[in-house]
Design a protein. Structure first.
Length: 477
């Protein structure tokens, strides 16, 4: 599995110059036993940092470690680094590495590769590992089935505590975690999950059925990965069982997988909020033309949308010609509406992402944003009104030139009231658009700040000149 946190500690670990110097010295000896001894003595995170620090030796580092430690390092590396290493390793070493990887981490790596490459790598797996991997790859992309591992410990309700410990000792070393033990029946159906402390605190002759409470928390293999993130957060678990539609226990999902999913989803949402498609590679490793393709779509959509602003302004050309003073405040009105819409959109998207809001809360959100829009718009309207009033006073004292003329008060009211209307519309648009998209089955993140700002720009012009017509009809218009 790709890592997203090792780079955060990279500077801390590799600020020890002796580690780098010792590595450089030992790698130059070309003594495989000495290199393996050195690498196997280091922390996994330190070895991962060495891979990033010395890319010219990355495949040698993995090849010269014991296979289980090599797999532990490999699974926390970034995908592009993993891909380069696999390309450089000899087939025999690649086979050992892939077979040693946990099934979920191996599946996560393979699903990022082209299908032709996956077919070749699948051939290198042992029959049992190949069966497991093909099974996991058979689940839909972004489903929980792609994340689960079949390495877990299960017992039966008629087993005693002593028999359960015998099972744990026998199979626990191959399990991803033994914090929780799963109880199944003879059909393989999940009955319960029991924390290890319950086994430790029970007497050896007790039956498993005596400590069962049948309050199992489980995931479905076809559920979306974001669902798992919510369940983990609400239930404070390090692992959760994954079942089929018929409640057969298929595997478990551990918290490290969910942390990776949460980071990936967060990155995608941030990129979409910025008005671009989600990047499926690190920014600096993304091919230039592919990066342009990811960005140009939204730019074209936003550009075409902004043309509507020009159309709206053209519709009010006569009004602008009669009262050129109105043109001065167009950027102010547009930016205020766009900013308020962007604020509301970002807040609602974030609240929906962390489970604070549901679709059923739409009326509560609308009511709250109506009041917020009125209050925020009033604050900006008062500031705009005050600015024009102060400017008029300074003009009367001969300090500055007259900009607003004898109808300055009506212009001030026009700007103040327009700001209330535009900000109110901006907050409503920004808050309701993500909810509407979610209801339609679309990703709320695509109702990004630039999109909301463009929408509010067009309608803001209409609101502004409608208010101006109301206050200045027969005077300036």
């Amino acid at each position: 599995m790709s890592s997203y946190f090792w780079h955060m500690s990279e500077e801390l670990d590799l600020e020890q110059p002796e580690l780098k110097e010792r590595f450089e010295a030992v790698i130059k000896t070309e003594d495989k036993l000495q290199i393996r001894s050195f690498l196997d003595d280091q922390n996994i995170s330190d070895v991962a940092d060495l891979v990033y620090e010395f890319p010219e030796y990355e495949s040698q580092i993995i090849a010269n470690m014991s296979v289980h430690r090599a797999s532990s390092v490999f699974k926390i590396l970034e995908f592009q680094t993993q891909k380069r290493i696999i390309q450089e390793l000899p087939p025999a070493t690649t086979a050992e590495l892939l077979n040693a990887l946990p099934a979920d981490d191996r599946t996560d790596f393979l699903e990022e590769l082209p299908s032709s490459v996956v077919r070749e790598l699948i051939k290198l797996l042992d029959p049992e590992e190949r069966k497991i991997t093909l099974s996991l790859l058979g689940y839909p992309e972004n489903s929980i089935g792609r994340l689960m591992t079949p390495d877990y410990v299960y017992v039966y309700p008629w087993n005693t505590i002593e028999e359960a410990f015998t099972t744990i000792r026998k199979y626990g070393k191959d399990s991803e975690t033994i914090n929780v033990i799963y109880v199944i029946n003879e059909k393989g159906e999940l009955l319960d999950d029991i924390r290890i402390r319950e086994f430790i605190l029970s007497t050896p002759d007790h039956k498993i059925s005596e400590i069962m409470d049948n309050r199992v928390i489980k995931l479905n293999a076809y559920d979306d990965q974001e669902t798992a993130s919510e369940v983990f957060k609400m239930n404070n678990r390090v692992a959760l069982p994954v079942v089929s539609q018929s409640n057969k226990l298929l595997g478990i999902v551990t918290i490290d997988d969910i942390l990776w999913v949460a980071e990936e989803e967060f990155s995608e949402d941030i990129q979409k909020i910025g008005g671009t498609e989600a990047l499926d590679q690190p920014y600096l490793e993304m091919p230039f033309l592919k990066l342009i393709k990811k960005r140009v779509g939204w730019l074209i959509i936003l550009f075409l949308s902004e043309l509507l602003t020009a159309t709206a302004m053209a519709y009010f050309n006569d009004e602008i010609a009669k009262a050129t003073i109105l043109a001065m405040f167009i950027p102010l009105i547009m930016s205020s509406g766009g900013n308020s819409g962007s604020q509301a959109s970002t807040l609602i998207i974030q609240a929906m992402a962390v489970g604070e809001l549901n679709l059923s809360d739409w009326w509560r959100v609308m009511r709250r944003e109506i009041f917020s829009g009125i209050v925020l718009g009033s604050i900006l309207g008062i500031i705009g009104f005050t600015r024009i009033f102060i400017w008029h006073l300074l003009m009367q004292n001969g300090i500055i030139q007259d900009l607003y003329g004898p109808n300055w008060l009506l212009v001030a009211f026009t700007v103040g009231v327009s700001l209330i209307g535009v900000v109110l519309w901006g907050t409503l648009s920004g808050s309701m658009l993500p909810i509407a998209l979610k209801k339609l089955g679309a990703d709320p993140a695509v109702s990004s700040a630039p999109f909301v700002a463009t929408l509010v720009d067009v309608t803001g012009i209409v609101i502004y000149f409608s208010v101006a017509f109301l206050f200045l009809k027969g005077i300036l218009l």
